[in-house]
Design a protein around this ligand. Sequence first.
Ligand SMILES: NC(=O)c1ccc[n+]([C@@H]2O[C@H](COP(=O)([O-])OP(=O)(O)OC[C@H]3O[C@@H](n4cnc5c(N)ncnc54)[C@H](OP(=O)(O)O)[C@@H]3O)[C@@H](O)[C@H]2O)c1
Length: 349
Amino acid sequence: MDYVQLGDSDLVVSKVCMGTMTFGEQNTLEEGVEQLTRAFDEFGVNFLDTAEMYPVPTKATTQGATDKAIKMFLQSRKREDVILATKVCGRSERIKWLPRRDSETPAALTRDQILDSVDASLERLGTDYIDLLQLHWPGDFRPSQYQDNPKPTSFEEQLSALQELVTTGKVRYVGVSNESAYGVCSMAALTRQFPELYPKIVSIQNSFSLVVRKDFEAGLGEACFHHNVGLLAYSPLAAGTLSGKYRKNVPKGARLTLFPGFMERYLGSSNEEAVNAYCDLAKKADLTPTQLALGWCYHNELVASSIIGATTMDQLEENIQAYDVRLSDDVSKEIEAIYAKYTDPTKAR
Ligand SMILES: NC(=O)c1ccc[n+]([C@@H]2O[C@H](COP(=O)([O-])OP(=O)(O)OC[C@H]3O[C@@H](n4cnc5c(N)ncnc54)[C@H](OP(=O)(O)O)[C@@H]3O)[C@@H](O)[C@H]2O)c1
């Protein structure tokens, strides 16, 4: 395993980060703890990512379950040996059941919601600090694809709430997720102008894989480079589709079979043709499709750390061991040729 300093922070994180959003839904809490234990103790991972709304698909009856698994895991070791990242999303028209927010709470990522979310997360996780708190999706922009909130919240309000959390020691560093170049640059400019009021954004957690790379490469990556914001790449297997498992049959018990409609952009779009092309290339290169997809993401110069997901120990093993795969120049060239043909396949048909 290799480690990297995340943005301008003191966090030195493993290049592979453990995603946890299946714990409490597709995986039991005990399976979650087993996965984390194996990843940390056997493979040298030191970084995990959760969110107040997990597990997914998010619903009132399970919200917060993922954090219970993480609490059990944290109890098995020294707190300082784990770099713990979580995310606040705020109450929205879609997600109305978050704790410490009642029916009067506005559907917006307000200061009060950010502060309340962290208190609830700390309680659930059984810890007194979060290493990296991320805004799960933009709160400043109403027609966001993630929420339809009537009232956008200014960057100033969000950043000053984050500063309060840093000042009180509840949060060490802050980041964003599903953010745009506009958001990264606006927040960085505010911090530069008022460093005593607003904390520096050190990371961005966005979708990034062989089939979702255009948005980041087309401008966001440049913004993150100049503002030293580390990319935490999520869904590096495109919800499992890049493993090739959906090519021939509908796989039983797999995410997109179990939860119709969830992450549906990966099915019924040109993604299926793009995946076929990458699977064929993997075969030619004597790699599994998973090794090709993760090998590309892990060692991509734009990526600080890749957040992986697994529902079985075999998957976990294959995924972390794929860290040792280095793609040859020829394979990399062929990837670029496929990319030229399928540049944004999850958005096209
Ligand atoms: N910020 C955000 O909005 C956001 C959004 C999504 C994810 N995330 C973060 O990123 C993490 C990872 O996301 P993700 O789960 O979507 O990642 P992913 O790597 O795209 O998909 C992981 C899923 O693919 C399947 N899979 C994994 N390895 C496999 C293998 N070797 N062979 C066959 N199938 C395999 C498993 O599902 P099945 O067994 O069900 O097929 C697994 O749960 C999450 O846990 C979360 O922490 C963040």
